[in-house]
Design a protein. Structure first.
Length: 321
């Protein structure tokens, strides 16, 4: 709104209003900030806590991580919080893919949030039981086509990133493998090691030690480009399935309508902390590549996932509770 100041009294009020706006932007933050995230102990929680540690020093305020397990979803809570920069969220694809898998999700993953940055990307690796007579993605696709429905692939739960990645792979490859969902990475890997299942999309941090010990065979990584997390592996796209990409990406968000000044400040400070060598090393050891991009890049990544993976979820009728 354009405000015209026609006399001294009104001019003084104008200056006061401008001064208040400037002070508010400069004053942020003047109290603790909270980052709402998923259940404790997982990689999303790990990401939120590393960001919180770095931001606390950069912002000069306490940054508290608040885990949400059951009940009110992180997205529901943050979407309804005041857009003042004091309630943030770090979450993964379950946040923006939920509307495709659940009824009555209480938020819109695009409309109700302001992207800040994509902190990291976690590529998966396709691993198989050593007894499976394949050495490449082309071999795996050929075997699955020759024996439709005979191979089982393990995931960490229906609707999880690894589950959806496997469905995308099978859809693009035109193959039929039976997905078996387990309650977490450990039981899924145990099933693969025992031969109960033959294939798994595993986190690089979990799969690499077993591959090095020759208890599993690794075929490829699921990222669009090769990764230092698994330097000896080709990408799926380059080894038999052009155009394939499926990684776990995490996003950092504020409520919609948070001011651009606050979003830019949070992006600047978070990206700077993510790019610190010691922070990068911690993420690398946890199987994550630091991305630290712009708000626009995060928004584009989410739009792409919602388009590609949303179609797979709808076509296959994937539902979660």
């Amino acid at each position: 709104m354009l405000m015209r100041c026609h006399n001294v009294t009104v001019f003084s009020v104008c200056l006061m209003l401008v001064g208040v706006g400037t002070l508010t932007a400069q004053d942020y933050p003047n109290k603790p900030v909270r980052i709402v995230t998923a259940a404790p102990g997982g990689s999303i929680d790990f990401t939120a806590r590393l960001i919180a540690q770095g931001l606390a020093g950069a912002l000069g305020q306490q940054v508290v991580v608040e885990n949400r397990v059951g009940g009110v979803l992180p997205g529901d809570l943050v979407s309804k919080a005041p857009p003042d920069g004091y309630t943030l969220m770090v979450h993964g694809s379950g946040h923006w893919l939920a509307p495709y898998m659940q009824d009555k999700v209480p938020y819109d993953p695009v409309r109700d949030f302001a992207p800040i940055t994509q902190p990291v990307s976690l590529p998966h690796m396709i691993v198989v039981h050593p007894s499976l007579p394949v050495k490449s993605i082309k071999d795996l696709i050929a075997l699955a086509k020759a024996r439709p429905g005979a191979l089982n692939d393990a995931s960490t739960g229906i609707g999880s990133a690894t589950y959806v990645a496997a469905q995308l792979f099978k859809s693009m490859a035109g193959i039929n493998m039976v997905s078996v969902a387990y309650k977490g990475s450990a039981p899924a890997l145990s099933a693969l090691l025992s031969g109960e299942v033959q294939v798994m999309f595993a986190a690089t941090a979990a799969g690499t030690p077993l591959v090095k010990a020759r208890r599993l065979k690794a075929l490829a990584v699921t990222s669009a480009a090769p990764t230092a997390l698994a330097p000896d592996l080709p990408t799926v796209a380059a080894s038999g399935l052009p155009g394939f990409e499926a990684t776990s990406i995490y996003g950092m968000f504020a409520p919609a309508k948070t001011s651009a000044n606050i979003i830019n400040r949070l992006n600047h400070e978070t990206v700077r902390e993510l790019n610190r060598p010691d922070t990068k090393e911690k993420f690398f050891n946890a199987g994550a590549d630091v991305v630290a991009g712009t708000p626009e890049q995060l928004a584009a990544a989410i739009k792409s996932e919602m388009t590609v993976l949303g179609k797979v979820i709808r076509d296959l009728g994937i539902r979660t509770e």
